[in-house]
Write a protein that binds this ligand. Structure first.
Ligand code: ADP
Length: 490
């Protein structure tokens, strides 16, 4: 084979290789991710120039002719210089890699130390702390959680929280369904869920099957706008529960003790007014009437307080029986007639036909409806309108009571069902009231499996809605009953 041909093949393939090298490194060199001035940048410059030098050298015709050409040697020298330059940068690069890996080792060690420290801090938190991932699996369980719930961390990690720690309504109540458990509400809504034993009466089950009341909160973990888990902090609320019990028992005892002297005062006032102790003059009659009314108001308060403590102590007798709600409403309306006509109120009672009978405790539900109806009558000024409607629903009855009265100020509406709440707008219009009627009504309706809610606008009116299921409430053997009273006519 002629030498010229061999040289040409070597020449052209070498040239092609050099150009490919050049193009590849130029592409990398122009990559904006490689900052100028770094070792990699210089290394690429070196390799690129080296490839270019070789390409130029190979283009020299004297190379192909195998002859002496100083230009060829000059280009080889330039190429070598670039090789040395690039090697130097390669060495720099190696150093840099070594330094980076050393730094990485140090950072990993620091991170491990930090993690161990965080773990110790979390384990030392005095409250039960757990974390779950977005699927509800336990990813963290601190020392206090182990103590409170009886599980070891190794036993629960990766397990479903709902299976490991079941939650209950009340200590003897039903199990809370998964979608209503605070951790899952936090995961679903991305909002903090607070658990207050006083309002939620929520309890958890330990490994050994015992239950305890809890208070605490569950906070969602949000990463880059996405909910990736939740952290719960709980504590045993047994002390709060015991204190609440002592308070309820005290209120109950005090109310019982107050009842006897109040009855005596009422009796004697009645007798004095009846002239049993001789005729009274006008001034004396006025004073005794004041006394009588004051004692009555106090009796009402005492009875409401007793009802509250009976509901809270769960000592009520509950006797469900088929009840005609329309009849209860008509009876109550009849009872309130004197005040309704005295205030020249228009009172409409509308009912759909074929309303089912509800299996409820008639006395308890009567008390609840009475409290709501008497409010409508009390907080509607003279000449106003009240409407009570009863509607059939697939599984029960809806009862709506609307009035054109004073309404409830928007900023106070959240407190309406709390104990002792009285609206600021009615304080000097209607001085009589205990602020317990709606609390009692809500407690009864909740117990009966129903719902109560309202809409109100100040100086325009209020509508209370009550939904009651046909059947829900279970009979309960208690030691006492709600007081029988005649509301505002009492
Ligand atoms: P009270 O004995 O004061 O009537 P309730 O618990 O029955 O106690 O009601 C609490 C408060 O709610 C009342 O004091 C009043 O401010 C407000 N309220 C309840 N019902 C009505 C209503 N129909 N219209 C206006 N305000 C109402």
């Amino acid at each position: 084979m002629p030498f010229n041909l061999i040289f040409s093949i070597i020449n052209f393939s070498g040239l092609a290789l050099c150009l490919v090298f050049f193009a590849l490194f130029l592409k990398l060199y122009l990559d904006p991710k490689i900052p100028k001035g770094t070792a990699l940048y210089y290394f690429l410059t070196g390799v690129m120039l080296f490839a270019l030098a070789f390409a130029l050298a190979l283009l020299q015709p004297s190379y192909a002719n195998n002859g002496y050409d100083p230009a060829y040697h000059l280009l080889i020298v330039i190429g070598l210089i670039f090789v040395i330059v690039s090697s130097r940068h390669q060495i720099n690069l190696l150093g840099m890699f070594q330094r980076a890996s050393q730094q990485l080792k140090e950072q990993t060690a620091a991170l491990t130390r930090q993690t161990a420290q965080d773990s110790t801090i979390l384990d030392s938190v005095g409250e039960c702390l757990f974390a779950i991932n977005e699927q509800g699996k336990i990813i963290r369980f601190n020392g206090q959680a182990e103590k409170l719930l009886g599980w070891k961390t190794a036993e629960v990690l990766g397990k479903d929280l709902v299976d490991i720690v079941p939650g209950y309504y009340d200590e003897n109540g039903r199990m809370v369904p998964k979608n209503k458990r605070p951790p899952f509400i936090a995961l679903r809504t991305g909002k903090i869920v607070r658990i207050n034993w006083f309002t939620s009466r929520y309890s958890l089950m330990r490994k050994d099957g015992t239950r305890f009341p809890v208070s605490g909160s569950v906070t969602p973990i949000i990463l880059n706008g996405r909910i990736v888990g939740a952290i719960g902090i709980m504590r045993d609320a047994t002390e709060e529960k015991d204190l609440d019990k002592i308070k309820t028992e005290f209120v109950s005892l005090a109310s019982h003790q107050l009842q006897t002297p109040l009855t005596t005062i009422n009796w004697y006032a009645d007798m004095l007014l009846a002239g049993d102790a001789g005729a009274l003059n006008a001034k004396q009659t006025e004073f005794v009437e004041e006394l009588h009314q004051g004692a009555h108001r106090m009796s009402q308060l005492v009875r409401s307080l007793l009802d509250v403590s009976r509901i809270e102590m769960r000592s009520l007798n509950i006797n469900p029986e088929p009840t005609d709600i329309a009849l209860v409403c008509r009876d109550l309306r009849h009872e309130m007639e004197p005040i309704i006509s005295g205030k020249r109120l228009s009172f409409k009672l509308e009912q759909e036909t074929g309303l089912p009978k509800l299996n409820i405790d008639p006395h308890m539900v009567r008390t609840a409806i009475q409290n709501i109806m008497s409010n409508a009558v009390k907080y509607t000024p003279e000449g106003g309108k009240i409407k009570l409607s009863l509607k059939k629903r697939p599984r029960g009855i809806n009862l709506d009571i609307s009035d054109t009265g004073y309404g409830i100020p928007r900023e106070q509406q959240a407190k309406v069902f709390t104990k002792l709440f009285r609206g600021e707008n009615i304080l000097n219009k209607e001085t009589e009231g205990t602020g317990l009627g709606l609390y009692i009504a809500k407690a009864i309706i909740d117990k009966s499996g129903g719902k109560i809610w309202f809409e109100s606008e100040e100086n325009a009116g209020t509508t209370f809605h009550v939904s009651l299921p046909v059947t829900h409430i279970k009979a309960q053997k208690g030691t006492t009953e709600l007081s029988r009273r005649r509301g505002i006519l009492d």
